[in-house]
Design a protein around this ligand. Structure first.
Ligand code: GLN
Length: 409
């Protein structure tokens, strides 16, 4: 009897022509692999690179098994190179309708991450109408690197912390010489660290107001680089959604008489966003506030708490979180490299959610001030839907606010 291992014409990546490239970290560690997607910068091109050039950024690992399309298009990954710990990526292709960063013409570049690192890149057929992962990355100018030991790389990042890195091609030959390696290392040592970086100008809408939907209750969403699914989940309740840019003032927000204001996820260090934090301070107690990820960090800061850089953060869709009000544990989708320092949280605000692995804060609640936040992503995309109820919780709060105050706090 003949054993058929592959029913369809799977073409192993290793059998295709390979272009050697390297992932180099700022501590000099060097991982050799093969290119897919867009060509990485050449060692010669380093002086041409700017802060948001493709191929260079903070290297973080993501523990999700699937969902690479949503991850790559999540605006919060701006400035970061993503390493997938799951070893096999690309097997279902990519489809633009899964993109998390809105219509193509509005929020370019479509792929937000600076680079993508995988153990094994699947190079077989994908369903009709889809682009392969490599074609998708190429179309949006983002380099990928495959064939390196992502397990060793992840352990290194876990032990030493997330750090800057670059995907590069040698100038001429197949391998980097010592001089080139030195050049790359000194380039990386002068590259800004994620702590202290404001990445908001790279994402989000720039026009004054964007009407997503109409409804009796009104939600203003302040776009710091919002994932599309946050707005889609709120839209399900029939609320009218107005998206304002992250430069919106408290007065502009209140002028729209919303029953709720949402501060979205977004890239970079929250501590750099003083202006936005100042505007949130003016909103506290006046209208229900909902913050997701960066939005959570900004609202906590407006209440007087401090944020801090985590060693390697939480990136994945399998992070357990405990609801401190009910004791229930949910598996959540996460993507953050900063957190709120519990010591600095004001006494009248409770920890709503806590990470079950490292016990860091995953959300805060203040009923009196009508404040609800989650550090994780209740909208999933990608990830489990266990926490979608949080959107309903905020919608109920918007209704209560309207009933109790007629919209006047
Ligand atoms: N997904 C997010 O909103 C990320 C928030 C922030 N940039 C962090 O890394 O912690």
């Amino acid at each position: 009897m003949q054993l058929i291992l592959h029913k369809y014409p799977y073409v192993a990546f290793s059998r295709r022509s390979k272009v050697r490239s390297y992932l180099i970290l700022d501590d000099g560690s060097c991982f050799s692999g093969f290119s897919f997607g867009a060509d990485p910068p050449k060692v010669d091109d380093l002086p041409e690179l700017h802060e948001f050039s493709k191929g260079v950024g903070e290297v973080v690992f993501n523990t999700g098994m699937t969902g690479y399309h949503e991850i790559l298009t999540d605006p919060s990954y701006t400035g970061q190179i993503v390493v997938m710990t799951y070893p096999h990526m690309g097997n279902y292709g990519t489809d633009d309708s899964w993109s998390e960063n809105g219509p193509e013409d509005r929020l370019l570049p479509r792929v937000k991450a600076q680079g993508f690192v995988v153990r094994e890149y699947y190079d077989g057929p994908v369903p009709p109408g889809r682009l392969s992962l490599s074609e998708f990355l190429k179309k949006y100018g983002t380099p990928g690197i495959a064939g390196l030991d992502t397990r060793a790389l992840t352990l290194h990042l876990r032990d030493s912390g997330s750090r800057n890195g670059i995907i590069v091609r040698p100038a001429a030959e197949d391998s980097l010489d010592d001089g080139e390696l030195k050049k790359v290392k000194s380039y990386l040592n002068s590259f800004p660290s994620m702590e202290g970086r404001n990445c908001i100008p790279e994402v989000g809408i720039t026009e004054d107001e964007n009407i997503i939907s109409d409804g009796d209750l009104k939600l203003v969403a302040v776009d710091c680089g919002t994932k599309g699914n946050i707005l889609r989940e709120m839209k399900k309740f029939g609320v009218g959604i107005r998206v304002l840019s992250s430069g919106a003032s408290a007065e502009e927000i209140l002028e729209l008489s919303p029953q709720g204001v949402l501060f979205s996820n977004g890239p970079g260090d929250p501590a750099t966003l003083d202006g936005l934090i100042g505007e949130i301070k003016k909103l506290v107690g006046k209208v229900p506030l909902f913050g997701i990820c960066l939005g959570h960090q900004l609202i906590a800061s407006a209440l007087g708490a401090r944020t801090r850089k985590m060693k390697f953060g939480h990136h994945g869709c399998n992070n357990p979180v405990r609801d401190e009000l009910t004791g229930r544990v949910a598996v959540t989708s996460q993507n953050h490299g900063f957190d709120v320092d519990e010591e600095s949280l004001p006494g009248d605000t409770r920890v709503w959610f806590r990470n079950a692995n490292d016990r860091t804060i995953e959300g805060i609640i203040n009923d009196e001030k009508r404040i609800y936040t989650s550090q994780f992503h209740p909208e999933a995309a990608p990830g489990p839907h266990d926490s979608l109820w949080i959107f309903r919780r905020f919608y109920d709060e918007m209704q209560r606010f309207e009933t109790e105050t007629g919209g006047e706090a």
